[in-house]
Design a binder for this molecule. Structure first.
Ligand SMILES: Nc1nc2c(ncn2[C@@H]2O[C@H](COP(=O)(O)OP(=O)(O)OP(=O)(O)O)[C@@H](O)[C@H]2O)c(=O)[nH]1
Length: 448
């Protein structure tokens, strides 16, 4: 797995948060410090780390979690969101629009460029594209044989000539050769070394002009950590870099530094190399990458649920105001109980997240569901006036409601008791406490 060490350290920080009793300022600061340490050890640039952790800390301290979401979950969401932003937010997949699409790969010697060309060719072949590879590396004759060795067995043709000294000519002829063959994608591997760096960049420019690639892909060695920033910038200035492959993220202690540094240049990372085998290439999606890195089971599911909740805003500000003024009727109670019920699936999602096992007893939801159905039946037998002003429900009304709903007077009383308890509780609360309770309430914390 990519960035295993960093992932473990970040996961530990979040687990510590999940285990802590209360989430106060000191806890948040400790978690932020742990995250800081983890990132610095992965060679992420100090300035970037400070910026990121400052934002996480500020948001964690200032933002109020939406109803139905605990502070801990909210902080996890913040960490996830900020780390994702840090790595570019949206996935930018490689697009094959035209036939043939010509890709030119560049990068310095030893970056893993030749291996990545083979991996990319295989990746595209697996997706149904007919691929041709051109080796225009005239400085390292071994590159041609290396590509053939990697690709012959997959039936992917490699065009090249180890004796040819003109890289531009080779690239042009190679592209022409595969155009005639009618392939879908042509990948041109360029030289990674030269007598001097200026020469390398110059050759890259000449090849680029000769074959007019749809996209130039820069291959960067992930083990160089934050130095990747300057390298990515230098190439970006010389050619219009369309995308980047960061290699060797398996087992590299500095991979986090390389990924964040490349993302900081604004060039999209489209793939990452995660091993020496031909299949060890992964399309890069910051969201998926970060949730896997953090080891958070189904965080995507959790986020969707939180979003849905935010939209629904079951427990609105105006409700809180209303309840505080003692205006809380049976309809309100039902709406709140219903909101609690909807939290069922969230509870399951929360339990899927390691270290966040929610402490709600199962019966709270199950009993709640059954009771809610009975309450619905009872309430259906009430008049509008009774629902709005439950205090008018006297004994003869209770008898009528029980008869009409096919329940017993004690069940109707139970509903009214529940209502009175809630109303009393709301009355005795100040606004802050109520907002806090609301969250619990939506999670079924009333022991219904
Ligand atoms: N562990 C690991 N090794 C990789 C990865 N990608 C490439 N390598 C290894 O890195 C070494 C250098 O890779 P090459 O592809 O030969 O390097 P290059 O950049 O083409 O080098 P030149 O052809 O000299 O420019 C090889 O031993 C590869 O097996 C990766 O994602 N993970």
């Amino acid at each position: 797995m990519a960035l295993e060490k960093l992932g473990k350290a970040l996961n530990n920080a979040l687990r510590k948060l999940a285990r802590s009793g209360t989430v106060d300022e000191a806890t948040i600061k400790e978690v932020v410090r742990d995250i800081q340490r983890a990132l610095l050890q992965a060679d992420v640039n100090v300035k970037l780390v400070l910026q990121l952790t400052k934002t996480i800390q500020k948001r964690a301290l200032e933002e109020e979690p939406p109803a139905g979401v605990s502070r801990k979950e909210h902080i996890i969401k913040i960490v996830y969101e900020e780390l994702t932003k840090f790595l570019g937010t949206e996935a930018k997949p490689l697009e094959i629009k035209e036939k043939p699409t010509v890709l030119l790969t560049v990068g310095i010697q030893g970056s893993g460029k030749t291996t990545s060309v083979a991996k990319l060719a295989r990746h595209l072949q697996k997706r149904g594209y007919k691929v041709g590879v051109v080796c225009s590396d005239t400085w390292r004759p071994g590159a041609y044989h290396q590509l053939r060795q990697l690709l012959d067995s997959y039936g992917i043709e490699v065009f090249g000539d180890p004796n040819e000294k003109d890289a531009v000519k080779l690239a042009r002829e190679g592209v022409e050769h595969f155009r005639e063959k009618g392939v879908d994608v042509i990948i041109v591997d360029s030289a990674g070394r030269h007598k001097e760096e200026k020469g390398l960049i110059e050759e890259m420019k000449q090849i680029s002009e000769a074959i007019k690639p749809h996209e130039v892909i820069l291959v960067i060695d992930g083990t160089i950590g934050q130095q990747a920033y300057n390298q990515a910038l230098a190439f970006k200035e010389a050619t219009p870099i369309g995308s980047i492959i960061v290699t060797k993220l398996d087992g590299s202690a500095k991979g986090g530094g390389a990924l964040s540094a490349v993302a900081a240049t604004g060039a999209p990372i489209k793939f990452i190399g995660v091993g020496e085998r031909i299949d060890d290439l992964e399309p890069f999606d910051p969201k998926r990458f970060v949730s896997r890195l953090l080891g958070l089971g189904d965080i995507q599911g959790l986020l969707e649920k939180i979003e849905e909740l935010q939209k629904q805003q079951e427990f609105k500000e105006e409700d809180v105001e209303k309840f505080l003024k003692g205006k809380f009727n049976l309809k309100d109670m039902y709406a709140q109980l219903e909101a609690m019920q909807k939290m069922g699936p969230l509870k399951q999602i929360l339990q899927m997240i390691p270290g966040l096992g929610y402490s709600l007893p199962d019966e709270a939801i199950r009993v709640g569901e059954e009771k809610l159905k009975r309450y619905r039946v009872i309430m259906d037998s009430m008049t509008e006036e009774e629902l709005e002003h439950p205090e008018i429900i006297n004994y003869s009304r209770i008898k009528r409601i029980a008869r009409g709903s096919g329940t017993s007077t004690s069940e109707v009383r139970e509903l009214l008791n529940q209502y009175n308890q809630m109303k009393k509780m709301f009355k005795s609360m100040n606004k802050r406490k109520l907002a806090k309770m609301a969250k619990k309430f939506n999670l079924g914390g009333f022991g219904v």
